[in-house]
Design a protein around this ligand. Sequence first.
Ligand code: C5P
Length: 300
Amino acid sequence: MSVTPILESAPAKINLYLHVTGRRSDGFHKLDSLVVFATIADTVYVRRGTGGIDPVTLDVIGPFAAKIPSGADNLILKAANLMIKQARKKRTASISPIHISLIKRIPAASGIGGGSADAAAAMRALNRLWGWHFPIDELAEMAVSLGSDIPMCLYSQALNASGRGEVISSVTELPKLDAVLINPHVGLETPDVFAALKNKSNPAAKRLPKTVGNKTNFIKYLANCRNDLETPATVLVPEITEILIALNNQTNCHLARMSGSGATCFGLFDDTESANQAVKIIRDAHPNWWVQATELNRMD
Ligand code: C5P
């Protein structure tokens, strides 16, 4: 079987707001979150492998390669093996050996979905490459056992997430946003942040208006929402406060907030020019931080 290599993008996910509205009996927290995807992304390159014991092999390169496992613990390999298991159940499994290279540009354990985005991108690519054509909903259903954020990363477009993060409804007509992302190069483990959250039952966000309107109105709406994990994450990584202050101090930054369980924060700016200007200033002042301009919810 010939294998045409596939390059699949794994865009970072940004929680524009994240309200924790309760705790479920299985220990997971109930969430209400508005999620968009960024132009900054990891890349998954899927091509013919050499074969051997494992049908899927992986190597990781790129600036953050050293921070994540490339062995069986990597979410990409877990997701691939899960797909193989499901395909075998349906007797549709024609499995040619595959090698995946992951180019890791998004910091690890950083609240912007790196590992989940990588696993989702690999699933999309393998689904095409192996010709299995699982519907995306079915992939999402499989993947939730590996991580609450993988389903949203499979869709990779603006959405509202509830449940433990896996109940998804798409959101249309949000404006494109110019953003700056900052991570202090400190990883944060999601369970630690949830464990440090004192109040587990907070109000859900006010409903997104039917017509969101322009960027200014949308950012005003977002300003009335929260990330309930920001306070507990800041207790664990105090530098988050410094990052939020640095963003808020920039000209034309209209909102600064943490994404997911942190520690990455985003600032929303008027335009690309002001975002780039902020990157320059903040990088000069904090050479040890990861500071990147990006676009959120770009539709092409
Ligand atoms: O599903 P995921 O792998 O992201 O979850 C990692 C951990 O984060 C869970 O085991 C749980 O401790 C916490 N979590 C949670 N509620 C969620 C999502 C994650 O408590 N909705």
